[in-house]
Every structure is written in structure tokens, then in C-alpha cells.
Write a protein that binds this ligand. Structure first.
Ligand code: 0O2
Length: 244
């Protein structure tokens, strides 16, 4: 399984010289109530990174176990990222909150984000169940954009969970957003995300409707690939239905 961290340890390593002005500006804007902007940012990202690593490891173990028991991997790959300070500040402002570390921890659910990419839609709910069954993971919210896609055509299953991070002197229940989607949904969402940013959320109508058309094709593709795979699996097991 290939793991990609896009902003891994961006500001986690205290020896790293922070040179990016835009980045530093956004971090400075995220003032802690005690006035220790950068130090607090380092501390919170250390905790969020620890939470991400825990969830990633759990998912790898579950995937290995699934392979062992069912000779099948529901997870294609995992991507993990810490939201950039610029993006956190933008989201806080958009939601009418002052840019503080306290507000970011309280109101931004996707500072630590994991994206789990699988082959088939049936894998999505299998992964959701596996996560929900983990005793130390608490599911605090879900958004099922698979059953109820967004008007844009966006499909994905979102879970907001907390995981305990054990520090030397305390345990911090830390929020992580888990997005679960198929390879095809991920392809669509990546392009749509780029277009959304390029046009600052106001893409021309013909592009929006083309994206909605493409989302329908993606859904159709997912249905057909699942049914094809089920047929092949059934044939290779002499008609016996097994995973997926
Ligand atoms: P970015 O740049 O990806 O980080 P909540 O987090 O629950 O307080 P929010 O953010 O409205 O409120 O929740 P939602 O709808 O679950 O969206 C969270 C994330 O899902 C977004 O983060 C996107 O990553 C993704 N997402 C949601 N809707 C769409 C969509 O229509 N298209 C694409 N491509 N991605 C989407 P951010 O912070 O908005 O953006």
C-alpha cells in the first residue's frame, strides 16, 4: 500500500527553518490566547500529525488483516495531510471566526485529514464499519455524500473521528477527518477541486454542467465495475459469493 503525505511534518520539526512568508504570516495570524503563535502552532500540528499516523497505521493493519482473511485488499491507497495555515485562516474567516489557535482546534474539523481510496463502492461501507468498530476511535459525525451526493456531483463518505494521542503528561482526544471514496470518485474530486480554486468557486456554467455530467459517468462506471468484479469473483469461486 502506498502512503503519500502531502504536507507531512510541514511545521512539525522544530529544527526546520520556516522560510515561506505566506505560511509564516498565516501561522502568526493564528494567535494563541497566551500570545504564543508559532510555538502553539508547532504543538498542535505535532498532535495532529500523531493522530494521523495512528489512523494510518490502524488502516494498514486492518487492510493486512483483511487480505489475510479474505485474500482481498479493500484499500487501494491512503493520502494524509495537515491543512495549511493559510487554508485554516481562510476557513475560519469564511465561517465568521477570529483566527486563533483555540478557534482552529474547536471549529475546524479537517485540520488532520486522511483520504482512503478504494476500488469499489462496496469497499467504502466495509471500511466505514471497520473504523466504527475500533474501540479507541470515537465517531463524532458522518456525512454520506455517496448516498446523498452534493449538487456539484461530489461523492465521498466523510467521518469526523477523535483518536486519543498519548503525550508524556496527558492524553489529547484529537479530531481527524476521514474521507473515503473510490478511485473514480477521487479522480473527479481532484479535478473539480482544482477548477473550484482556479475560478475561486465561480466556474463558468458550461464547466459546472460538464462536471455534473462527468460525475454521472463516474457513478455509472463505479456501478458497472462493481458488477463486473462481482461476476468475476463469483465465477472464480464456483458461484460462491465472497468479498467483495
Ligand atoms: P480543502 O481545500 O479540500 O481542505 P465541516 O468540515 O464539517 O465543518 P465543511 O468543510 O463544509 O464543514 O464539510 P464538508 O462538506 O464535509 O467538506 C469538507 C471537505 O470535503 C472539503 O474541505 C473538501 O476537501 C471536501 N469537499 C466537500 N465538498 C466538496 C466538493 O464539492 N468538491 C470537492 N472536490 N471537494 C469537496 P475544504 O476545507 O472545503 O477544502
Amino acid at each position: 500500500m502506498k502512503n503519500i503525505r502531502f504536507y507531512e511534518l510541514l511545521c512539525y520539526n522544530s529544527n526546520r527553518k520556516i522560510t515561506n512568508r505566506k505560511f509564516e504570516g498565516a501561522v502568526m495570524e493564528l494567535k494563541a490566547s497566551n500570545g504564543e503563535g508559532i510555538d502553539s502552532w508547532k504543538e498542535v500540528t505535532l498532535i495532529y500529525n500523531a493522530a494521523l499516523r495512528q489512523i494510518e497505521t490502524k488502516m494498514e493493519i486492518l487492510n493486512d488483516e483483511f487480505q489475510h482473511v479474505h485474500q482481498y485488499n479493500p484499500i487501494e491507497h491512503i493520502k494524509a495531510r495537515i491543512k495549511t495555515p493559510e487554508s485554516i485562516v481562510k476557513k475560519l474567516k469564511r465561517n465568521g471566526y477570529e483566527s486563533t489557535i483555540d478557534n482552529m482546534v474547536k471549529y475546524i474539523n479537517d485540520i488532520a485529514g486522511i483520504r482512503i481510496i478504494c476500488s469499489f463502492t462496496s469497499d467504502i461501507y466495509r471500511i466505514v464499519d471497520m473504523i466504527s468498530d475500533q474501540k479507541d476511535i470515537k465517531v463524532i459525525g458522518v456525512k454520506d455524500y455517496i448516498t446523498y451526493p452534493k449538487a456539484s456531483g461530489y461523492k465521498s463518505y466523510h467521518m469526523i473521528v477523535t483518536v486519543p494521542v498519548y503525550l508524556s503528561d496527558r492524553i489529547v482526544d484529537t479530531k481527524v477527518e476521514i474521507q473515503i471514496r473510490t478511485v473514480a470518485m477521487d479522480f473527479w474530486a481532484s479535478l473539480e477541486h482544482k477548477i473550484h480554486y482556479k475560478f475561486e468557486g465561480d466556474a463558468p456554467e458550461h464547466i459546472k454542467s460538464e462536471l455534473i455530467e462527468c460525475a454521472k459517468l463516474v457513478s455509472d462506471l463505479d456501478v458497472r465495475m462493481l458488477s463486473l468484479n462481482e461476476e468475476v469473483v463469483a465465477i472464480s469461486h464456483g458461484g460462491e459469493r465472497v468479498c467483495p
